[in-house]
Ligand binder design. Structure first.
Ligand code: AMP
Length: 287
């Protein structure tokens, strides 16, 4: 496994390694969710590259950039065991040299849900992802459905800017109680960690309600809101029942289904999760 943190070393590695290459962009503090992407990339590509970069431009000024967990030695150990070929660990100065002034904005899609709560977030995401794709030049790139809106933003950017990389969506990996794995989960206290399971329970109740024939989007949203509101340690940021592609809010869920996206604070930690809701007649597709 090669670990590189300069453009020259990256360029040399790329020149020496032909064939298909799967990139898994991450912010480190790796868990099984990340590793599932690496495993998928290994199964589909000749080589796997993982980038580890806590991207400052996708954090707002009052967000948890400083508190974001970091553990490079542990990450490298995990990636070595997964058969990773390349780990790219750029510095912020490499990604954003002094005077940096070019930004990628995916309009519309970036302006809802996470984009409302975290202004500028998707501009930071789209910009760093495009830079990583241009630097590493992978044939495939793997993204988790856990960050559903991010996945849609990246897919759209790649399509509209003709980036020659195939974006591969990967299902959300969960803890035994349903909590979506996230690097931020380590910042939950023991009580908050137990309480956080309410988010996925609420999403499953919405799916069950849809299964019983409830097609009204606000009724489904209310099921999620009430369930989370009943947990005193949790505070809802938003609950969306939206079109799975455009992420526009729905009034009714038709055969195309919906995605229910949730952001909630548990203790001092902001968590996001989602579930693709399929009406009874359509085959269920869960993340
Ligand atoms: P992050 O390090 O949080 O930026 O995540 C890096 C990649 O891993 C993103 O594509 C995430 O969507 C994905 N990811 C994070 N958590 C999970 C999870 N629990 N299951 C599947 N993918 C995940």
């Amino acid at each position: 496994m090669d670990v590189v943190d300069t453009l020259d070393a990256l360029e040399a590695w790329r020149a020496a390694n032909a064939g298909t290459l799967g990139l898994v962009p991450t912010m480190g503090a790796l868990h099984q969710g990340h590793l599932s992407l690496v495993q998928r990339a290994r199964a589909e590509c000749d080589r796997v590259a993982v980038s580890i970069f806590v991207n400052p431009t996708q954090f707002g000024p009052n967000e948890d950039f400083d508190r974001y967990p970091r553990d490079l030695p542990a990450d490298l150990g995990l990636l070595e065991r997964e058969g990773t070929s390349l780990v790219f660990t750029p510095t912020a100065a490499l990604v954003y040299p002094p005077g940096f002034s070019t930004w990628v904005t995916v309009e519309g899609l970036s302006d809802r849900w996470e984009g409302v709560s975290r202004p500028g977030h998707f501009r930071g995401v789209a910009t760093v992802v495009l830079k990583l794709l241009n630097l590493v030049r992978p044939t495939h790139a793997y993204f988790g459905e856990k960050d559903y809106q991010q996945l849609r933003v990246v897919e759209r950017m790649v399509r509209e800017l003709n980036v020659p990389t195939r974006i591969v969506p990967c299902p959300t990996v969960r803890e035994a109680d349903g909590l979506a794995m996230s690097s931020r989960n380590v910042n939950l206290s023991a009580d908050d960690r137990r309480a956080a399971a309410v988010i996925f329970r609420a999403l499953q109740l919405a799916q069950a309600e849809l299964g019983r024939g409830e097609r009204d989007a606000s009724a489904l949203r209310m099921v999620v809101e009430k369930t989370i509101a009943a947990e005193p340690r949790a505070r809802i940021d938003y609950v969306a029942v939206a079109d799975p592609r455009s992420l526009e809010p729905l009034t009714r869920v038709d055969e195309a289904g919906a995605v229910c996206c949730v952001a909630a604070w548990v203790g001092g930690v902001r968590l996001i999760d989602n579930l693709q809701l399929a009406p009874p007649s359509a085959p269920a597709s869960r993340s």
